[in-house]
Design a protein around this ligand. Structure first.
Ligand SMILES: Cc1cc2nc3c(=O)[nH]c(=O)nc-3n(C[C@H](O)[C@H](O)[C@H](O)COP(=O)(O)OP(=O)(O)OC[C@H]3O[C@@H](n4cnc5c(N)ncnc54)[C@H](O)[C@@H]3O)c2cc1C
Length: 476
C-alpha cells in the first residue's frame, strides 16, 4: 500500500465529531487546509463530552476533569475565552467511603483512617517522588498521546500493581487504584504497566503532590466540556454534517474515497481525497469496504471496556463532600458497581442545595443498560441515598486497549505506520491513550506530520509557472 499525495486544498473527510475530530479539524484549519468536512453519526458534536443542563446546573455525564498537565488544553481554553472559568473540581477535597466509615481524600492519601496498610504521609510523598524518577528512568523519552515504543519490555511486561510492588512502591497502590479506576482506566491488578505509566505520568503525580499543599490537582470547567467543542466548531465555522452515521467507506487504490451513510431513508455519499478516522477503531475498521491484513489484525485486537453514568435525583442524600469514591466497589468492578458519585452543584461551587448527582460505573466488558441501572439503584440504596429517581443514563464503550502480547507485538505503533496509507489517517481515543490530554497531543503530532508532507497545490502551481517563465526567458 502506498501513501497518497496530500495537498492543503484536498477534500478531507473526518469521520466522527467527538473531541478528536473537532480538535483535528481545528488544527487542520490553523495549518491552512481549506476543505475539511466532519461527518457525525449522532445529532450533536462532542462525542463522549456530554454536558447536561438542569435547573441552572451543568452536569458532566462524560468528559469531566482535567489536571494541570493538560498543557495543550489550557491555551485552547484561553483562545476560546474559557480559561478563567476553570476551578478546582472539589473545593473541599474528595471523600473516600468504606462500609461504616469515611475519610477525606487528602487524609486518605496521607495515611488517614480506613486503610490499615497505608504508611504515613512523608513516606507517601517520598514514594511519589521515587515514582517520578522511576518513570523517567524506564521511559526517558515519554510524551503523552502515543508514547514512544519502549526499547525493551523487560521490567514492563507485568501488571501495574506488580510493577509497583517490584519497585517497593506498594504504599502508592490505594492512591493509584483511585487515580486509574476513577477515570475508567481499569484496576491495577489487570492493567498492563504500559497503560498505568501512560496515565500516571510525572505531570499528574506532581499535581497530586501539589494537592497536599492545598493546590487543586483536579479541575472542572463550569461551562462544561461540550461547550469547548461547540466553541471550537464555531470559531472555524466548521463544515459539519450531523446524523451522518457512516456505514461504508470505499478506498480505491487510486482516486478519491467514497463515504456512505443514510439520512431520512435516503442513501447519501460524499467523496474525499483523504479520510481521517476519528471514531473508535475497533468498530471503525468495519466501515472499510476492504481492509488490509495489517489493518484487520491491528484494529480487531483492540478491546474496549465500558463506562456508564447515571444522572439521578435523591429525596434524601447522606451528608458528604461533592466527590465520593467507594473503593469497595472497585473490587466488584466486573458487576459494574457504582464507584464514584459527584454532586455537580457543589463541585461547581454553587451554594444551592441541589440533590442531583452523577453516579459512575465501570465494567471491564459490556453489560446491558438495564443491568447497569438495576445495579446502580441497588448500590445507591446501600450508600444511603433515598427516594432515588433516575433522570438520564449514558453508557459508553471506553478506552479500547491491546493486551500485553499485543503491546509487545508493537500494535499501537503499527497503527502509526498505517497513517496516510490509502489516504486514511487515524486520531482519537482508540489510537492514543483515551483522555483529552492524550488525544490532543496525538492529533497535534499527526496534523504536524500531515502539514509537513502536504504540498500547497496553488503555491506549487505558481512556483511551477514562475520556473517555466524563467526557463523561457533564459532560452530567449
Ligand atoms: C464517563 C466518562 C468520563 C470521562 N472523563 C474524562 C475526564 O475527566 N478527563 C478526560 O480527559 N477524559 C475523560 N473522558 C475521556 C474523553 O471523553 C475521551 O477521551 C474523548 O471523548 C475521546 O474523544 P474521541 O473523539 O476520540 O472519541 P469520542 O468522544 O468517542 O467521539 C467519537 C465520535 O464519533 C462518532 N461516530 C462513531 N461512529 C460513527 C460512524 N459510524 N459515523 C459517524 N460518526 C461516528 C460518535 O458519535 C462520536 O461523536 C471520559 C469519558 C467518559 C465516557
Amino acid at each position: 500500500m502506498n501513501a497518497k499525495s496530500l495537498s492543503k486544498s484536498d477534500r478531507i473527510g473526518i469521520i466522527g465529531a467527538g473531541p478528536a475530530g473537532i480538535y483535528t479539524a481545528h488544527l487542520l484549519a490553523k495549518r491552512g487546509f481549506t476543505q475539511v468536512t466532519l461527518l457525525e453519526g449522532s445529532g450533536s458534536i462532542g462525542g463522549k463530552s456530554v454536558t447536561v443542563q438542569r435547573d441552572g446546573v451543568r452536569h458532566e455525564l462524560g468528559t469531566c476533569f482535567l489536571h494541570p498537565g493538560y498543557d495543550l488544553v489550557f491555551p485552547l481554553l484561553e483562545e476560546l475565552g474559557m480559561e478563567n472559568a476553570m476551578r478546582p473540581a472539589s473545593p473541599r477535597g474528595g471523600e473516600i467511603h468504606f462500609p461504616g466509615s469515611s475519610t477525606s481524600m487528602q487524609e486518605w492519601m496521607l495515611g488517614g483512617r480506613g486503610l490499615s496498610n497505608i504508611l504515613p504521609g512523608a513516606r507517601l510523598l517520598a514514594s511519589l517522588r521515587r515514582y517520578i524518577e522511576l518513570h523517567r528512568e524506564v521511559w526517558p523519552d515519554f510524551h503523552p498521546g502515543l508514547p514512544p515504543q519502549p526499547e525493551r519490555w523487560e521490567g514492563l511486561d507485568m501488571t501495574f500493581e506488580s510493577f509497583l510492588r517490584k519497585h517497593k512502591l506498594e504504599n502508592l497502590i490505594p492512591l493509584f487504584w483511585i487515580t486509574m479506576f476513577a477515570q475508567g482506566y481499569g484496576d491495577l491488578k489487570t492493567t498492563p504497566t504500559f497503560y498505568g505509566l501512560s496515565w500516571i505520568t510525572p505531570a499528574l503525580v506532581s499535581a497530586i503532590m501539589q494537592s497536599t499543599l492545598g493546590r487543586p490537582s483536579l479541575l472542572i470547567l463550569p461551562q462544561g466540556w461540550a461547550e469547548v467543542w461547540q466553541r471550537l466548531a464555531h470559531l472555524h465555522d466548521m463544515d459539519i454534517i450531523l446524523n451522518a452515521r457512516i456505514s461504508k467507506i470505499e478506498r480505491p487504490e487510486s482516486g478519491p474515497a467514497q463515504v456512505y451513510w443514510s439520512s431520512d431513508g435516503r442513501r447519501e455519499s460524499e467523496s474525499f481525497d483523504h479520510v481521517i478516522m476519528a471514531t473508535p477503531m475497533q468498530r471503525g475498521v468495519e466501515l472499510f469496504e476492504e481492509t488490509s491484513v495489517e489493518e484487520s489484525e491491528v484494529f480487531r485486537s483492540l478491546k474496549p471496556s465500558q463506562m456508564s453514568t447515571l444522572l439521578f435525583e435523591a429525596a434524601r442524600a447522606p451528608q458528604g463532600h461533592c466527590i465520593r469514591y467507594y473503593p469497595g466497589a472497585i473490587e466488584g468492578s466486573s458487576q459494574g458497581h457504582v464507584y464514584g458519585i459527584r454532586n455537580s452543584a457543589q463541585a461547581l461551587g454553587h451554594t444551592i442545595d441541589d440533590r442531583t448527582f452523577v453516579a459512575h460505573q465501570y465494567c471491564p466488558t459490556a453489560q446491558s443498560k438495564e443491568d447497569l441501572l438495576d445495579r446502580a439503584l441497588t448500590d445507591l440504596g446501600i450508600y444511603g441515598f433515598e427516594g432515588v429517581r433516575a433522570i438520564e443514563q449514558r453508557v459508553f464503550s471506553y478506552a479500547p486497549r491491546f493486551d500485553q502480547r499485543g503491546l509487545e507485538a508493537g500494535l499501537p505503533w503499527r497503527i502509526e505506520a498505517l497513517q496516510g496509507q490509502r489516504g486514511t489517517w487515524y486520531v482519537g481515543g482508540s489510537v492514543s491513550f483515551e483522555s483529552v490530554n492524550d488525544i490532543t497531543h496525538h492529533a497535534n503530532k499527526l496534523v504536524a506530520r500531515m502539514a509537513a508532507v502536504a504540498t500547497d497545490r496553488s503555491e506549487s502551481l505558481v512556483l511551477r509557472a514562475q520556473a517555466q517563465r524563467a526557463r523561457v526567458v533564459r532560452a530567449g
